[in-house]
Write a protein that binds this ligand. Structure first.
Ligand SMILES: [Zn+2]
Length: 337
């Protein structure tokens, strides 16, 4: 029994949709004493219930057992010990957990499959298509920084995946970066992709790292959305002038000490572009990872499980509906909804 929220059900009644959550595990983060390293679909449902969230877009965690990490170096190698290609194990586990282990909660989930735009793309596309024949799937996601693959590869090496996206009319969410040493997930590469492919709905995660020209550009594109995932910790990074956020001269002008006011201003300035997502359980980010120059980045950013959804309560119901429902429906299903 594959109970998924159908377009018709979603269209009937305004709902609160979280456009960015993760379920699964990261043995890599666990081995590095990082947090978070896991969340089950059962526990995501408990959080949704407590926080008043009706539906969640759900991705696997960001890495795959296909990759082998060395905690002491930036290098990533691959192994077919657990998976024959990227995210074989993780995508299958996500859908199995949602539809076979917890069918009683599956009507709350909008699963997206994870992909690698650079490696074994034909195998990934064939496998994902097979999964889509068995289970409802609502989109695709890539977090290319953590697997050192390139968004700029998606139109070339990633063509089998793009063909699948077009055939199934699915949207794609992209992890984004403005870090000068991140060649993998650049906000501008995502925008270039969105411009080249106006028929594919695109979401730039993490508020496009508050890069004002990118937000303006995304707002002009009919097919491009920006999600607010892990908003509070990104505001903290802005206050710290982190390299993971746009430099002050190019940053969306706002008071980052006050995340609610930033969220309000973004939603007001780009009323048809912004969609809300919590990034649960990555509301915390206590992790280590490498940039392209081999530098180890270590962050500790804390944000309680309920702080992201608390922010929503501070917005007017008109803005809340736009970013948790109206814009999100257009991203998920196109203007036909
Ligand atoms: Zn995320």
């Amino acid at each position: 029994m594959n109970r998924a929220p159908s377009k018709n059900i979603l269209r009937k009644k305004k709902a609160v949709v979280d456009a960015h959550t993760h379920v699964g595990i990261s043995p890599r983060f666990y081995s590095q004493y990082g947090y978070p390293y896991a969340l089950s679909f059962e526990d995501l449902n408990l959080r949704m219930k407590v926080l008043g969230i009706d539906y969640s877009v759900v991705f696997p965690f960001v890495d795959s057992r296909y990759y082998e990490y060395d905690n002491d170096s930036a290098e990533i190698t691959t192994t077919t010990k657990h998976c024959n290609f990227p995210y074989e194990l993780e995508n299958k586990n996500l859908l199995n957990e949602i539809y076979n282990i917890f069918p009683k909660y599956s009507h709350k989930a909008l699963p997206f499959l994870m992909f690698d735009p650079s490696r074994e793309t034909e195998k990934q596309a064939d496998f994902m298509e097979g999964l889509m024949e068995k289970y409802p799937v609502f989109g695709l996601k890539t977090a290319s920084t953590y697997i050192q693959s390139f968004i700029s590869d998606l139109e070339i090496k990633g063509k089998p995946i793009l063909d699948l996206v077009r055939k199934k009319e699915l949207p794609i969410t992209f992890h984004s970066s403005v870090h000068p040493k991140d060649p993998w997930a650049g906000v501008n590469d995502i925008l270039t992709f969105a411009k080249h492919n106006p028929d594919i709905r695109v979401c730039i995660a993490h508020s496009a790292r508050f890069l004002k020209p990118a937000l303006q550009e995304a707002d002009k594109l009919e097919n491009c959305f920006v999600d607010l995932s892990a908003f509070i910790i990104h505001c903290r990074l802005a206050v710290q002038n982190s390299k993971n956020i746009a430099v002050p001269g190019l940053r969306f002008d706002a008071d980052y000490e006050d995340p609610l006011s930033v969220m309000f201003k973004l939603a007001k300035t780009y009323p048809d572009t912004i969609i809300w997502g919590s990034d649960t359980p990555f509301n915390y980010w206590i992790q280590k990872y490498h940039t392209a120059d081999g530098k180890l980045i270590e962050d500790r950013l804390d944000c309680r499980y309920d702080e992201e959804s608390q922010l929503l309560k501070g917005l007017s119901s008109e803005i809340r509906t736009k970013i948790t429902y109206t814009n999100t429906m257009r991203f998920l299903f196109g203007s036909k909804i």
